[in-house]
Write a protein that binds this ligand. Structure first.
Ligand SMILES: Nc1ncnc2c1ncn2[C@@H]1O[C@H](COP(=O)(O)OP(=O)(O)OP(=O)(O)O)[C@@H](O)[C@H]1O
Length: 587
């Protein structure tokens, strides 16, 4: 565990931990020496009349006890310092590592798993030096020093104590072997239960709507049940070894006392010395008994470190050793392909987006529009083909260049729990007031700010709970417009807007596309006649591409989609007088 902990730390924090470990070892040994002197101090105090140097032993004992207290205090402080530094270092490492992981990693369900790692595991590691390693040092080194002392006082008692050592080691290892795997399962089950609890909280509207609230949410119930079972299994797996360890300790203790008694009866040991050595034997057993609980805590910390290692070992997106700079703002996609879980999501897609153009990406649900946008923003790397921005492969651009050149607005765009202004500024922190206002006017965000009680300073709550879906979309759109990126990728940017807001945003997008390259995935064809190019995706392939008039002139997927949409737009409600049932019809 110590080696794994040292490996996961930066050199500076590892040095702090090593110093803390040294202090703990010194404190444990000093405690052993002080206790080792106790029989002499006790015996000489009890036999003060006959002893030649009663105060010498008492002073030596007092000196070592004082040294032990001082060292223990130092070790404790060093342990706290090392734990805090380790937590800080690990949190920083995790944060830096997350910033380099493919964005695709965050799309999947990772919240709870990550939350548990940062809160529970890092806190566990933080408390390990002070609350785990010090008792561990006491349990191992103090008895060692006491054993040496016992050896000096009475060989038979020391041999009896030594004889139980192999049994202790055996039971401890059985505990590790039997309990290790079960405890790992128990940790995994605890992680799953934590994830389900978080899901239960977040998905309350969905669960209530489907009548699955409370005890009806069987997924949470099952996860909690599994956690209980896993914990019980882990307990029963470690119980025999823990019991064996306690029994071996008690047997050793009894053997030591019996050997001493035998020596007293034989006349080789005085009654007073025997009493003092019995006290010493108790001090020998007590810290070793702590091994039972320490073993479980140590293994749990070890599992936590392993989970952390797995996260830190996840490969980040490869960064180029010599980043290149795009020659212009043209985007070219060459024979692009994407595979996931052995399935082709996108296949053989090639097209070009000219600088300063408005492009639409259309296609039925599940045709691959969002997946294509994610690839263009390098959430992950293509499985086949290449994406070139200004003649440079996306994989050869530095992360900062890519972040500067590409802006992406998702379908779901929850803002941060900050003010409306802070959320807008995220798009471009150095933007002037005029630029902020331009972006706000283009999306209607200025009117929203006027309506809110504290204007631009109104806090929008976690995930923007105090904003409507359309307002959240306006904010995200304004942020993207403010960013002034070369390539602007928008996934259904007007899906939640009313017709008037949509018309305003469409007008702004057309203006934006005069300067920037805009690619907009949409199910609404309102911008189609103004788009320079329309890309039609169908089952992960580029079925057609061209202008609206070109695509409407030829039979194909686009014309079909367009007519389907037109037919839906012609739907109208008939009054009850003309239709007996209250139903919605379309012509
Ligand atoms: N990480 C993934 N692993 C496996 N399959 C995936 C993954 N991401 C997307 N898919 C699958 O790829 C297909 C395309 O999904 P995508 O979200 O790109 O479609 P879309 O055209 O944007 O749909 P919509 O219009 O409904 O938003 C879907 O069938 C989806 O299930």
């Amino acid at each position: 565990m110590i080696a794994a902990l040292l490996r996961s730390l930066q050199p500076q924090e590892a040095a702090l931990l090593r110093r803390a470990l040294l202090a703990m070892a010194a404190s444990a040994l000093a405690q052993g020496l002080a206790l080792g002197l106790l029989p002499m101090a006790l015996a000489s105090a009890l036999e003060a009349a006959t002893a030649r140097t009663p105060w010498l032993w008492a002073a030596a004992f007092g000196g070592f006890a004082g040294l032990c207290l001082w060292l223990r205090r130092r070790a404790q402080l060093a342990g706290y310092r090392a734990g805090a530094a380790a937590a800080r270092s690990l949190n920083l490492r995790i944060g830096r590592h997350l910033a380099r992981l493919p964005l695709e990693w965050f799309v999947e369900r990772r919240g709870a798993e990550f939350n548990r790692l940062v809160t529970h595991t890092v806190a566990q590691i933080m408390s390990a030096p002070a609350h785990l390693l010090q008792p561990m040092a006491n349990a191992l080194l103090t008895p060692l020093a006491l054993l040496v002392a016992l050896w000096c006082y009475d060989l038979s008692m020391a041999l009896a104590a030594l004889a139980c050592l192999p049994l202790l080691v055996l039971f401890y290892h059985w505990g590790v072997r039997w309990g290790g795997q079960a405890e790992q399962h128990s940790e995994a089950a605890a992680g799953e239960a934590a994830a389900r609890v978080l899901e239960y909280l977040r998905q309350q509207p969905l669960l209530r709507a489907s009548g699955r609230n409370g005890e009806g949410f069987s997924l949470l119930g099952a996860a909690l049940q599994q956690q209980r079972q896993a914990q019980r299994r882990a307990h029963w797996r470690t119980f025999p070894a823990a019991l064996g360890l306690v029994l071996a300790l008690q047997a050793g203790y009894t053997a030591v006392l019996l050997c001493g008694l035998y020596a007293v009866l034989g006349g080789s040991l005085g009654a007073v010395q025997y009493l003092a050595l019995a006290v010493l034997a108790t001090c020998l057993v007590e810290p070793m008994g702590a091994l039972v609980n320490l073993g479980t805590s140590l293994r749990q910390t070890r599992h936590g470190l392993d989970s952390l290692r797995q996260l830190l070992d996840l490969a980040p997106l490869p960064e180029p050793a010599w980043p290149q700079v795009p020659a212009d703002r043209r985007l070219e996609v060459r024979q692009l392909g994407l595979e996931r879980q052995g399935r082709a999501i996108l296949q053989d897609i090639s097209f070009t987006l000219e600088p300063g153009s408005l492009n639409l990406l259309v296609g039925p649900s599940g045709s691959g529009k969002s997946s294509l946008l994610r690839l263009l923003a390098r959430f992950c790397d293509v499985s086949h083909g290449a994406i070139l921005l200004g003649g440079v492969d996306l994989r050869q651009l530095s992360a900062s260049q890519r972040d500067r050149d590409i802006a992406l607005m998702f379908q779901d765009c929850p803002p941060l729990a900050a003010s409306l202004l802070d959320n807008l500024r995220l798009g471009r922190p150095e933007a002037s007031e005029a630029q902020l206002l331009d972006a706000a006017r283009a999306t209607g965000l200025d009117r929203l700010a006027q309506r809110l009680p504290q204007g631009w300073q109104t806090r929008v709550g976690e995930g923007g709970v105090s904003l409507s879906g359309g307002e959240r979309q306006c904010l995200a759109l304004a942020r993207v417009m403010l960013k002034d990126a070369t390539l602007i990728l928008l996934d259904e940017p007007t899906a939640a807007l009313d017709a008037i807001s949509e018309a305003r945003v469409n007008q702004s997008l057309r203006q934006l596309a005069r300067k920037h390259t805009v690619l907009l995935a949409t199910h609404k064809p309102t911008l189609a006649p103004c788009a320079g190019q329309i890309l039609v995706l169908d089952q992960g392939r580029l079925a057609q591409h061209g202008s609206h008039s070109q695509l409407m002139a030829a039979p194909g997927r686009y014309r079909q989609l367009f007519h389907e949409r037109e037919a839906i737009n012609r739907w109208r409600l008939r009054t009850p007088s003309s239709v007996p049932q209250r139903t919605v019809h379309h012509d």
